[in-house]
Design a protein around this ligand. Structure first.
Ligand code: NAG
Ligand code: NAG
Ligand code: NAG
Length: 652
């Protein structure tokens, strides 16, 4: 059995070694058993059975595993590989194996020489601090074949190391990586004297680890961190950067060019578990994005890493904060990241105001003049179809500094009796195939997003329709499309009613959420349209919150209207229902919406370019107001106080 495992491990190593570059974490993995929190420290006296009543829990841990999981969460550009040593046959290892399976980490698992169990941590949280007993087990029992096992490090762009495994293993890894690889050693774990020849990009430590290192170097610390950091660098001339983290007191970054103190972000401290590990993962994830490593850019990476570490302290446990919550770059950066698109067909209107031709090329060029616009959503098959020269479209987009946001289905008139819900199976098939073509096009244009609004999927007359069969047709169609294009996000934009179809099969957010559950595909979601929500008698903010809660909000279409039955006004966003508009933005921001803003408006009597620019401005203004609504949630339920705060922000 173990020879098979060894073979598999080797195979895995070889595959990784010959495939694409990766980020690596080499280190420990522990099963942490948390005793219930006690108000003061406890220890059994000899012969005593100490009972600690209250809830206990078991969690995966170890600095190596924590850093690997955090790195995989934070870095989207390259995959993360984690090399650790644990006995796969131990029942305790299953906790770690299932944690790795549900993470985005690719593990390389080495079989220990004799240890029957993985590392174990017995954690005793006290209300003031945390104590622990660590049984390293397999973390100190790496196999003698380690040199072969580490071969894949040749493809390493970033290597994170800590001190919870034997130093000889770390040393071997550092010898194997090439000069381009960024290496970060965390002095957390057990102390080992470091050789003066140590070659590293970053040596990181916290206050207590720094004191331990300085003691080994016979240096008396005189409360001057700059001096201490400079001294450490002088002892290890092949270390480029020394970082000393000091919790809320900020960190010290020392390089040959200078020593900088970087303040810590202000936070609501809850629990510091894992913040050091997440700091290092955050640092690594930022460093690999840098074009060049120099003191300036490293300061920036440290600021980001501090934010990651600080945010970790705001949540209970060692979990890594969602990278989206870390950007916090303010309104401009947030909005730029999400992107803006505006209805391409509105560029047909008031052609007298356009210097361009009144055709697809001219409409794209006209959109290129909209300040702040970053994306174009194309209709399929009206704007694009299988015979479109996509290379030409891409050139045109490039010239206008635009990208494709989504490809939007508009089923042609032949589907007037229904697209996915047509009683004629051959027409249903045709609609599905047309939608697949749109997915194909979305892939070719690199937007990987298809939005489906069908003008015809519903009915006009009572007692004419098998509602449940038509609903099932829709489920089946979306399942087939999603399974054929797993990399394309497919979303439904529902509408309650219009002149094409008096009753749609999916007429409300509730029904649409039900559909996402029945379709049950990760790449199926919803696009909500403000005007459609109003038409369905819904409060748009509530609908947005509900779909975000389901993690199914793929897109948002912003506009406004007077909410008369069946009338789609398509007016400027925020021009009629300003509070509702504010609340939609509030929930998009709060729920970490990841799609793009799309203005689905019909500016028939005003310059569509100016209208789009005002829409962009409105979103940014409302986004800023949401930041000013800080504290609103503390007074929720208290109308007078809510009104006071909202009015202060809205009418200032
Ligand atoms: C430094 O880190 C170690 C382990 O990661 C931790 O036990 C210790 O409390 C930390 N020291 C300080 C001063 O934060
Ligand atoms: C520190 O001092 C001790 C005792 O004087 C000595 O043995 C050791 O070599 C010194 N270490 C360094 C790094 O200088
Ligand atoms: C700490 O050391 C640095 C470098 O030796 C020195 O410039 C600085 O003045 C010292 N700070 C204090 C508060 O003594």
């Amino acid at each position: 059995m173990s020879s098979i495992l060894r073979f598999l491990t080797l195979l895995c190593t070889l595959i990784t070694a010959t495939s694409s570059p990766s980020l690596f974490v080499l280190g420990s993995s522990n099963v942490d058993i948390f005793a219930p929190t006690q108000s003061e420290s406890v220890w059994p006296t000899p012969g005593e059975n100490l009972l600690l009543p209250g809830p206990s829990c078991i969690k995966p841990g170890g600095k190596g595993l924590n850093q690997a999981c955090a790195l995989a969460t934070l870095s989207s550009s390259l995959p993360t590989t984690f090399i650790t040593c644990l006995p796969k046959s131990s029942p305790l290892s299953s906790v770690l194996l299932s944690a790795l399976k549900s993470s985005k980490v690719t593990p390389i698992l080495l079989e220990p020489v004799t240890s029957e169990h993985p590392g174990l941590g017995l954690v005793f949280p006290q209300t003031s601090d945390v104590s622990a007993i660590v049984l390293p087990n397999s973390n100190l029992d790496f196999p003698p074949t380690i040199e072969t096992d580490l071969k894949s490090l040749k493809m390493c762009k970033l290597l994170l190391l800590q001190m919870e495994i034997p130093w000889r293993v770390n040393k071997m890894a550092l010898d194997l990586i090439d000069d381009e690889c960024v290496s970060i050693l965390d002095l957390g774990g057990s102390f080992s004297p470091l050789p003066p020849t140590l070659k590293l990009t970053f040596l990181t430590m916290n206050h207590s680890e720094m004191l331990r290192l300085l003691t080994s170097l016979n240096y008396t610390f005189k409360d001057n961190f700059t001096e201490a950091a400079n001294f450490i660098r002088s002892q290890f001339p092949n270390v480029n950067y020394v970082i000393i983290t000091r919790s809320e007191n900020g960190l010290i970054l020392s390089s040959s060019s200078r020593t900088t103190t970087i303040p810590s972000p202000k936070i609501n401290y809850v629990d510091g578990t894992g913040s050091g590990d997440n700091f290092r993962a955050g640092l690594g994830s930022k460093l690999i994005e840098l074009e060049e490593l120099d003191h300036e850019s490293v300061v920036e990476a440290c600021e980001y890493a501090s934010m990651v570490g600080a945010k970790t302290c705001e949540i209970l446990g060692a979990g890594c904060p969602d990278p989206l919550t870390l950007r916090g770059g303010g309104v401009e950066e947030d909005c730029e990241r999400l992107g803006f698109g505006s209805r391409l067909n509105s560029m047909k209107d008031l052609p007298s105001l356009s210097p361009f031709t009144n055709d697809l090329e001219g409409w794209i060029n006209r959109q290129g003049t909209i300040k702040g616009l970053t994306l174009i959503d194309f209709n399929y098959p009206q704007h694009l179809n299988p015979s479109t020269n996509l290379k030409k479209i891409e050139k045109l987009l490039q010239k206008n500094k635009l990208k494709t946001g989504a490809v939007c289905l508009r089923y042609p008139k032949k589907f007037v009796g229904g697209a996915f819900t047509n009683v004629d199976a051959s027409l249903r098939r045709e609609a599905i195939e047309l939608t697949k073509q749109a997915c194909e096009t979305a892939q070719k244009l690199n937007c990987n997003e298809v939005v489906i609004w069908s003008a015809f999927d519903g009915y006009d007359y009572i007692l004419t329709t098998d509602y449940n069969e038509r609903y099932q047709n829709i489920v089946d169609a979306f399942q087939e499309i999603c399974d054929n294009y797993p990399n394309v996000k497919v979303s439904l934009e529902f509408k309650p009613t219009d002149e094409n179809t008096r009753f749609f099969t999916i007429p409300s957010t509730g029904m649409a959420i039900l559909l996402t559950r029945d379709v049950d595909r990760a790449n199926f979601g919803l696009t909500l349209d403000f005007g459609h929500l109003i038409m369905s008698g819904e409060n748009p903010g509530q609908s947005v919150a509900a779909v975000l809660r389901e993690k199914k909000l793929f897109g948002i279409q912003l506009n406004d209207g007077y909410s008369r039955y069946a009338a789609e006004d398509g007016m400027e966003f925020g021009s009629v229902n300003i509070k509702m508009a504010l609340e939609v933005i509030y929930w998009l921001k709060k729920g970490n919406f990841e799609g793009h803003f799309y203005f689905d408006t019909f500016p028939l009597k005003v310059d569509p370019v100016g209208e789009a620019e005002r829409n962009i401005k409105t979103v940014k203004k409302l986004w800023t107001m949401c930041e000013e609504l800080d504290g609103l949630e503390d007074v929720w339920g208290d109308w007078p106080k809510c009104k006071e705060l909202i009015d202060r922000v809205l009418y200032k």
